[in-house]
Design a binder for this molecule. Structure first.
Ligand code: MSP
Length: 725
């Protein structure tokens, strides 16, 4: 049997589950249900990443052992996954992997030994002992080079991590190094020969240019005296294995690499290579370090790595607990059923790009696409079959002599056109889904719903039912709608397993939907005379005003400020220990999470100093409030009746381009700006100018006496959405 192995990242066990962990697990779960229908034997891994100095410190502060601490986080994760129907019991993940499992220790040691025995392509030993001198961010679990940290305000202080704004740890100690610098050519050849290894393409290009820029050797151990909560280096217990070497290896130890028990139970041989789904912020670890380790160890490489974008809040800001704009998973679950959340995740975010997540948007999608769309089609069709056909699926046939009458009633005598449209939609759906284009696949399906909705409103079965001579036509209309619903149940099953099972039962179907390959669908598969099941609404209509006011109230009473972004505070940790930070990281690898602000850290930098004499000095915490991003001008035109204003649509690497107005019409020809990369203040409150909402601001220098604007731009190509810091 063909196999399919898909993994989510293993989530840091340093704080409660977050939207990112729910999201990737939902995507992986849908993908595996899809592959299961296609006849693959599937295996899904999710879990927690439990070692490292960060967790060691949090546990110390809380006065518990690191394992006690991570056990409590794991309980939270398992509770969350069960609540959203993603655990094994609901047909979800096959393993909740923990890096504290003894079998994982065995596998990591085995991989280390293999790498340590290996020679690089240049014929040198892949691991060597050296001395590491530099800076390390405990929260990123990564070493930082000069261009990745902020210089301290006071000489002698530690620099700050650009992402967490926390002081870095000075590391000056013996360490094993992995000779990554010898693998650049091999990696570039890999990206070249397997263009699908990194997806989407924009991410692949980023990695290629990073590797082309040259690779430095990587410190892959720490002294045990500095980091004790880790897997020891084989044969050298004075050293601890670097947490990313440990964490990445989970993907193979979970299925049996380096340990017989798992090999017998699951099967490395059987399931590897697997597909990794990750957020774009951890791309480098998965597409540079991980393949290099595997190449060195002589282990087959993964099938590929797909990097998805980040969920931002409704105003396009990154989510963080400090900003108070995270999504509380308990709240999400309280107000929305699991299939609504799954549908929203897959429909709203174009996989690979950033998307916006807000409770209001979930209500809107739930009402428009699900309650009024799929749900309404299903309930009206089935209710009419109950009422007009005694609950038995009618025949779809129209006798020769009634064809003219059918035409008059506005329906084709043959179901051929609808059947072909369905086949076409099915083929597109399957192809798009397999290609990670989930949002497009769903759009395709909804075009079928619109078509059948129209068929019903045109044919008006409730009118046909009044006239006995129209019975056959009435039957044909209802048959077509019901047969379409049968196809939709099969196609949408991976996305909405609960609702489609219910629809399946309501259509009187008894076969196993979980293993039904869409390729087997044939028009006419719904047998006339089938007794339909009890009609139940698939998606209740949600009361937006009520839900939003309840969420707001809950937010306020919990004492956290509500933001414009309909936000509620981050989920609370079940135990009494409050982890110090949320892993709800920002939109890009480089995003700053101003966590430290609350703790009163010193944050001013060179930027502040350079401004001296011009304006009042600000600290870095003020600067990080301004979100500057790279935007590409997609369209530009003059605003009617205004001499000054240009109206742009600008791609900021988000799900949809933004509309931005700028008062530069006297100095720039709009057509000439299309395709240019500009700088946008991305978190400016939207405001209306001449009837158009401007969703950001364009940056320009103001030169000469009359303040002529000169747009800020770049000297080399930069990805859309990249943050300026
Ligand atoms: N422990 C590492 C992964 C090791 S894998 C061998 C880690 N953990 S994490 O908990 O910080 O992040 C896990 C995943 O959540 C990442 O893929 C990250 O991109 C994702 N997300 C965190 N915040 C997110 C959003 N706001 N939106 C979407 N996904 C985000 O990194």
């Amino acid at each position: 049997m063909k196999t399919f192995y898909v993994t989510t990242p293993i989530y840091y066990a340093n704080s409660s589950p977050h939207l990112g962990s729910l999201y990737t697990t939902i995507v992986a779960d849908s993908l595996r249900r899809f592959k299961r229908q296609l006849g693959f034997e599937t295996y899904l891994l999710t879990g927690t990443d439990e070692h490292g100095i960060n967790i060691q410190r949090i546990a110390e502060r809380a006065g518990v052992t690191p394992k006690e601490f991570t056990d409590s986080i794991v309980r939270e994760y398992k509770r969350m996954f069960a609540m959203f129907g993603l655990d094994t019991e609901h047909g979800g993940y096959d393993i909740f992997m923990r890096t504290t499992e003894p079998f994982h220790y065995a596998g990591v040691s085995e991989l280390w030994r293999r790498v340590a025995r290996a020679q690089t392509p240049a014929g040198r030993e892949a691991i060597y002992k050296g001395h590491y001198e530099g800076w390390f961010c405990a929260s990123c679990a990564a070493y930082k080079t000069e261009d990745e940290y902020l210089k301290p305000e006071r000489e002698g202080d530690a620099p700050l991590c650009q992402e967490h704004l926390k002081p870095l740890d000075r590391v000056s100690e013996e360490s094993y190094f992995f000779r990554l610098s010898d693998y650049a050519e091999t990696l570039l050849a890999l990206y070249e020969t397997r263009p699908d290894f990194i997806r989407p393409e924009a991410r692949r290009n980023e990695v290629v240019s990073f590797v082309r820029g040259g690779l430095q050797d990587l410190s892959v151990s720490r002294q045990k005296s500095s980091v004790s909560w880790a897997i020891p280096v084989p044969d050298d217990p004075s050293q601890s294995i670097y947490v990313w070497f440990d964490a990445l290896t989970n993907y193979i130890t979970a299925i049996g690499f380096g340990n017989e028990e798992r090999e017998r139970g699951v099967g490395f041989e059987k399931f590897w290579p697997g597909l990794h789904l990750v957020g774009k912020d951890i791309l480098r670890f998965h597409t540079v370090y991980w393949p290099a380790f595997l190449i060195a160890a002589g282990v087959e490489l993964p099938l590929g790595v797909f990097a998805h974008g980040m969920w931002l809040d409704p105003t396009g800001r990154r989510m963080s607990k400090t900003l108070g704009n995270t999504i509380n998973l308990d709240t999400l679950h309280r107000y929305f059923n699991n299939d609504v959340v799954r549908y929203f995740c897959l429909r709203e975010m174009v996989f690979g790009q950033d998307g916006k997540f807000g409770y209001e948007a979930v209500v809107e999608r739930a009402n428009s696409d699900l309650a009024s769309g799929l749900g309404n089609l299903s309930s009206r069709t089935l209710t009419m079959i109950g009422r007009y056909c005694d609950g038995l699926v009618p025949s779809g046939e129209i006798a020769e002599e009634r064809r003219l009458a059918a035409k008059r009633a506005g329906i084709d005598a043959e179901a051929q056109a609808l059947a072909s449209a369905l086949e076409h939609a099915r083929d597109s759906f399957v192809q798009q889904f397999a290609d990670f284009a989930f949002s497009r696949a769903l759009e395709t399906t909804w075009s079928v719903i619109a078509r059948v909705d129209k068929l019903i409103s045109d044919a008006k079965p409730w009118e046909l039912a009044k006239d006995e001579s129209q019975r056959e036509i009435l039957g044909a209309v209802l048959y077509r709608a019901a047969e379409t619903l049968r196809w939709l149940a099969v196609l949408l099953h991976p996305v909405m397993p609960e609702a489609t099972q219910s629809l399946w039962r309501q259509l009187g179907q008894t076969t196993d939907l979980t293993h039904l390959d869409p390729a087997q669908l044939q028009w006419g598969g719904l047998q006339p005379e089938t007794r339909i099941g009890e009609v139940q609404p698939l998606f209740p209509r949600l009361d937006k005003a009520k839900i939003m006011s309840e969420i707001k109230q809950a937010t306020e009473s919990s004492g956290t400020r509500a933001t414009e972004a309909d936000a509620v505070p981050g989920s609370t940790f079940a135990g009494e220990i409050q982890p110090e930070e949320s892993p709800m990281r920002g939109a890009t690898e480089a995003d700053a999470v101003p966590q430290q602000q609350q703790q009163g850290a010193t944050t001013a930098t060179a930027q502040g100093q350079r401004l001296e004499g011009l304006v009042t000095q600000i600290g870095i915490e003020d600067f990080t409030k301004v979100e500057l991003r790279v935007g590409e001008v997609l369209t530009a035109e003059r605003v009617p009746k205004s001499d000054k204003l240009l109206r742009f649509t600008v791609d900021l690497g988000e799900a949809e381009p933004r509309q931005i107005l700028a008062g530069i019409a006297e100095h720039y020809e709009p057509e000439k700006l299309v395709g240019h990369k500009i700088v946008v203040v991305a978190n400016l409150k939207p405001r209306k100018l001449r009837g158009f909402e401007s969703q950001g601001m364009v940056l320009a220098a103001s030169v000469s006496d009359e303040g002529r604007p000169v747009l800020a731009t770049f000297t080399e190509d930069v990805p859309n959405g990249a943050r300026l810091k």
